[in-house]
Design a protein around this ligand. Structure first.
Ligand code: NDP
Ligand code: GDP
Length: 344
């Protein structure tokens, strides 16, 4: 019989790629979607999976709703991807972020436990929990030091997952995933903001790209690789926690430069801090400008993960490097700017 999976946050970037992966593996895939006006199935439509899924109204803040959905589906595997996932918003909405990203995980775990604890559980944890990093690179053994309400809330979710595994013998895994991007990444995240803006500038639809801190460094992988790692975590004999990362780090400035090269632009940088601008050398046009409105109240300066445990125990390895990722994202945004309104 086909395995049954529930993916919360199925309309997000990872939800879309994971749906496709599980369908290809023969799963019966159920997804939790929230009712905030129109349900945004744009990403699922782009991967052509919407009609193969069963969607359920789902809200992380509503425990009785979570319980009913779990009871009805009785999933073999639950992937808890739903979250308020944007760090910058978490500084403006810390209470809501905690409710969804921290208590939401406790609600999920508690419902699974009270229904017999049989569903295997994946929690979408994050490198943001390392925050002000205590070691370089960061592994499963690195102490946490979150720097945002998002990181703090996700840390509660991580420890709750570990605690339910240890207390109630549940198969519960926390995947500590470093940033992963794709053409389906939300427009507010820096990589997609850059590739979309450059595609628009190239098409004459935008003049300049405004960014915040250009010197923060991230370990960016490709989302489709990372959902494969999530699935592998739930196929082991014993539940455990794993870092998924590329083991490389690049600054926002280098991502800008790499995306620029795709469009045939070479950048020269002028000024400092909030006054810095990026000038395209051949045309002399200013295409990038720093706007302090995009600075964070507390920054995570450097993330670089050590994926050795996932590589050794799960046989997982990323397949796309930074230049491959930039190309995938720029290609997709170039095509989109030529079409109608961009759905996500
Ligand atoms: P997205 O922001 O693209 O997707 C988040 C999903 O959660 C959306 O489907 C959204 O629904 C849903 N959601 C938000 N709030 C609620 C709520 N209160 N109740 C029910 N559903 C809700 O995130 P990603 O796909 O990029 O990430 C997936 C998960 O992995 C998230 O938990 C994220 O925090 C975590 N993560 C992501 C990383 C990354 O680099 N992408 C790195 C490490 C962890 P809607 O469509 O209605 O908005
Ligand atoms: P995060 O790692 O989950 O916070 O992912 P983001 O893509 O939102 O941000 C990655 C890094 O890019 C952070 O250090 C931000 O401060 C930095 N950054 C610089 N300019 C921007 C911007 O305009 N938007 C976003 N989202 N991040 C920016």
């Amino acid at each position: 019989m086909a395995k049954r999976a529930l993916i919360t946050g199925i309309t997000g970037q990872d939800g879309a790629y994971l749906s496709k992966l599980l369908l290809e593996k023969g799963y019966e895939v159920h997804g939790g979607v929230r009712r905030i006006g129109v349900i945004s199935t744009g990403r699922l439509d782009e991967l052509d999976v919407t009609d193969s899924l069963t969607l359920h109204d789902f809200e992380l803040l509503e425990e009785s709703n979570i319980r009913r959905v779990l009871e009805k589906i009785a999933p073999d595997e639950v992937y808890n991807l739903a979250a308020q996932s944007f760090v910058a918003v978490s500084f403006e909405q810390p209470i809501y972020t905690s409710n969804a990203d921290a208590l939401g995980v406790a609600r999920m775990l508690e419902c699974i436990r009270s229904l017999g604890g049989k569903s295997r559980f994946y929690q979408a944890s994050t490198s943001e929990m390392f925050g002000k990093v205590q070691a370089i690179p960061q592994s499963e053994a690195t102490p946490f030091y979150p720097r945002s309400p998002y990181g703090v809330a996700k840390l509660f979710g991580h420890w709750s997952t570990v605690n339910y595994r240890e207390s109630f013998d549940m198969y519960a895994c926390s995947g500590i995933l470093f940033n992963h991007e794709s053409p389906l990444r939300g427009k507010e995240f820096v990589t997609r903001k850059i590739t979309l803006a450059f595609a628009r500038i190239a098409a004459g639809q935008q003049d300049v790209l405004e960014l915040g801190n250009l010197d923060a460094k991230r370990d960016w992988g490709y989302a489709a690789d990372y959902v494969e790692g999530m699935w592998r975590m739930l196929q082991q004999e014993e539940a455990d926690d794993y870092v998924l990362a590329t083991g490389e780090t690049h600054s926002i400035r280098s991502f800008v430069e790499a995306a620029g090269r795709y469009f045939g632009w070479e950048f020269g940088w002028k000024g400092e801090g909030a006054n810095e601008i990026g000038i395209e050398r051949k045309s002399g046009r200013t295409l990038v400008r720093v706007n302090p409105a995009f600075y964070r109240p507390a920054e995570v300066d450097l993330l670089i993960g050590d994926p050795a445990k996932a590589e050794n125990k799960l046989g997982w390895k990323r397949s796309v490097d930074l230049s491959g990722l930039v190309e995938l994202m720029c290609d997709a945004d170039m095509k989109r700017t030529k079409g109608g309104p961009i759905a996500f």
